[in-house]
Ligand binder design. Structure first.
Ligand SMILES: [Fe+2]
Length: 355
């Protein structure tokens, strides 16, 4: 096992030797090569260390202290300044065996020392020891990376399952008047497209899409006799029907999940009208949350095109005519214009996601 590790270290480790004396560089390189190391780069000009370090990315740096231009301390400072989470693996080569230089080197990140003149066995032992630590460091780093990857993957799986559950519950809530669930799926898709046309970023569009599907969840609290009535509602019945906005908000309220918080906003505001004549609060214009204004357009478009117990399906032309007339009355005129300018995209969703 030990031999295997040693072989791996010798075959894979990158070593950079920096010394302004060519004879020292040559001697160290030969020593390491004789011991089995193969991936070695040498430098005698300290000004080249930083760029070589960045491109070669050595596992170990053998660094002379006393050099012209930049000395070993300068190099250590440069390496420390690099934004690098890696374990800085440096052995300082020096004849200056005084305590002050050693302490200064340690403070600047050096891990060990090799004294001149070189003792062959000592050089190899110290190099190997540091490379073993480097190998362990790399292995730990790789394990952490894999662990993080696995956690991210599991989190995504859990989020997907949560969304799937929410969607199934929404379909269940809609089951009485739409047993396919296609209406809410289409609303989600329309809302994402209109949000994108408005300039929302991809993650906000995804959130909007999921939250818009919850707009009518409060209908679960509306009796069958009203929800499925095959004709016009009385004033009293209409008042009960209108409570689905507040009921939906009551179901969704208090959640820590952003998607449910937005769902609450949409449930409460998707029947508000731009001119203030909507319900439940009679909000007007920008006082109506953007997501509610978007969902209102998507909901009316889909509801007019669909057959309901109290009405036949409208044609595409009459649907779009009515919607155009409602600019500034029912609908946010700017949003509606975006919708009408890109209506082909919404018609495509309707056609592709219908029974
Ligand atoms: Fe509604």
């Amino acid at each position: 096992m030990l031999t295997k590790t040693m072989t791996l270290i010798k075959q894979t480790s990158r070593i950079l030797i920096v010394d302004d004396t060519p004879a020292n560089v040559f001697l160290l390189e030969q020593l390491l090569k004789l011991s089995g190391y193969t991936n070695i780069v040498t430098l005698t000009d300290s000004r080249e260390v930083l760029s070589t370090y960045q491109t070669f990315q050595p596992d170990l740096l053998l660094l002379d202290l006393k050099m012209p231009y930049l000395d070993g301390f300068d190099i250590l400072k440069q390496l420390n300044a690099l934004e690098n989470e890696d374990y800085l693996s440096v052995i300082v080569i020096t004849a200056q065996s005084d305590k002050e230089n050693r302490l200064k080197s340690l403070e600047l990140g050096a891990r060990d020392f090799i004294g001149k003149p070189f003792d062959h066995t000592e050089v190899i032992m110290r190099v190997t020891n540091l490379l073993e630590i480097r190998l362990l460091h790399n292995a730990t780093k790789e394990n952490n990376r894999l662990l993080e990857e696995r956690v991210t993957e599991r989190t995504r799986e859990i989020e997907n399952i949560q969304l799937e559950l929410v969607n199934k519950l929404l379909i269940a809530a809609e089951f009485r008047d739409d047993n396919t669930g296609n209406h809410i799926l289409r609303i989600g898709q329309y809302a994402a497209v209109l949000g994108q046309l408005w300039g929302l970023d991809q993650s906000d569009c995804l959130l909007l899409s999921q939250a818009a599907m919850m707009h009518d969840i409060g209908k679960i609290g509306v009796p069958d006799g009203i929800l499925l009535k095959p004709g016009p509602l009385t004033v009293e019945e209409m008042a009960i029907m209108k409570t689905h906005t507040q009921k939906g908000a009551d179901i969704l309220t208090g959640s820590a999940a952003t998607v449910l918080q937005l769902g609450e906003v949409i449930a409460l505001s998707h029947h508000e009208k731009w001119d203030g004549s909507g319900y439940p609060a009679g909000l007007a214009a920008d006082a109506i949350p953007l997501e509610g204004r978007i969902t209102a357009i998507c909901d009316v478009f889909d509801a007019l095109l669909s057959e309901r117990p109290y009405k036949p399906a409208w044609t595409m032309n009459s649907t779009l005519d009515l919607m155009a007339r409602e600019a500034g009355h029912h609908f946010d005129p700017e949003l509606l214009q975006l919708f009408l300018d890109n209506v082909d995209r919404f018609i495509k969703i309707y056609n592709e996601c219908t029974n």
